[in-house]
Design a protein around this ligand. Structure first.
Ligand SMILES: Nc1ncnc2c1ncn2[C@@H]1O[C@H](COP(=O)(O)OP(=O)(O)OP(=O)(O)O)[C@@H](O)[C@H]1O
Ligand SMILES: [Mg+2]
Length: 287
């Protein structure tokens, strides 16, 4: 029987990571929200549990394409006890995962032109080195999804890299595998979400190696790792209303804040809207 006195070995922007045993970790997915890579002081109720259940949902769906880090067996009893031993934590926030050797790249896939991709395109006509046709409108769908990897920066912002640089980091064979798999998983997820009225504009995957096998790790197609847009309101040529963290980002853009820590408190209205958005996304995709 595992004691509940586990060692905290890492604290990411969103997840607290504990050592379960030599081969497993416990992720406690907090209700923290980060924007522009800064963790804000105001939590979003239920966010952590929603991220965990969505990630599980997608990881299960994608098992024919790729293994994942979810630990074998039923750990719900442990999750209940461990949550109770922490303050303000629900069992749904606790996930036991297999420890992976993480690949030091972020596998970003973009289906629509927005965010930094749009800024890139306006300046250079390209997105992360992919030359694109002229005259694309803001938020237009790319003819084909683009794979635009980034480094996993220890601190600060991740840096976009081209495919060749990525292969310098992980090797050509692994780089090719990561690219093809990322595009395949994104496309399957995009088609599934589309039928439920959601456009997945872009997303980020993280992969790791577990017992020599390439596995999907971290979080998958969640509002934290992706941009989700309501399909029935979609119209290229303007910003899209967003189900997800964009609510927080848009609010922050109205402030004079310079996007360095500490981040500002969020007003209750933004907290409620964001919590509702996370729930709406999750219900639409999984219920
Ligand atoms: N199965 C796994 N084994 C080991 N590490 C993992 C596994 N799955 C995810 N990770 C790592 O655990 C961390 C998750 O924490 P969190 O999402 O809060 O981090 P983050 O702030 O996004 O950090 P980073 O900037 O490093 O991605 C990430 O660094 C991720 O790469
Ligand atoms: Mg993360």
């Amino acid at each position: 029987m595992q004691t509940l006195d586990l060692k905290l070995i890492g604290r990411g922007k969103v997840r607290d990571i504990y050592e379960y045993d030599a081969r497993h970790l416990v992720f406690v997915t907090s209700n923290r929200v980060s924007a522009f890579d800064v963790v804000l002081p105001t939590p979003i109720p239920n966010k952590g549990a929603t991220l965990n259940s969505l990630t599980r949902f997608w990881m299960n769906k994608f098992t024919p394409l790729c293994g994942n880090h979810i630990a074998d067996g039923d750990h719900s009893g442990f999750a209940r006890e461990f949550a109770a031993s922490l303050s303000a934590t629900e069992p749904g926030q606790v996930e036991v995962v297999k420890r992976a050797e993480m690949l030091q790249v972020e596998c970003v896939v973009r289906g629509f032109i927005t965010g930094s991709g749009w800024k890139d395109y306006k300046k250079s006509g390209s997105v992360c080195g992919h030359r694109l046709p002229e005259g694309l409108e803001h938020c237009a769908q790319f003819p084909e999804p683009l794979f635009t990897p980034a480094t996993k920066a220890e601190t600060g912002h991740d840096e976009n890299i081209d495919f060749a640089r990525m292969c310098d980091i992980v090797g050509l064979e692994m780089g090719t595998k990561l690219r093809d798999l990322s595009l395949e998983i994104y496309s399957k997820g995009r088609d599934f979400a589309r039928e439920r009225g959601i456009l997945i504009a872009d997303t980020k995957f993280e992969f790791g190696v577990i017992d020599g096998e390439l596995c999907l790790c971290d979080e998958v197609l969640t509002p934290d790792s992706s941009r989700f847009w309501p399909a029935d309101e979609y119209q290229p040529g303007r910003d899209q209303r967003s189900f997800d963290k964009q609510i927080v980002r848009n609010y922050l853009e109205t402030l004079a804040w310079d996007k360095t820590p500490p981040g500002p408190e969020l007003p209750q209205e933004i907290v409620q809207k964001t919590a509702a958005a996370y729930k709406e996304i999750s219900d639409k995709l999984t219920v």
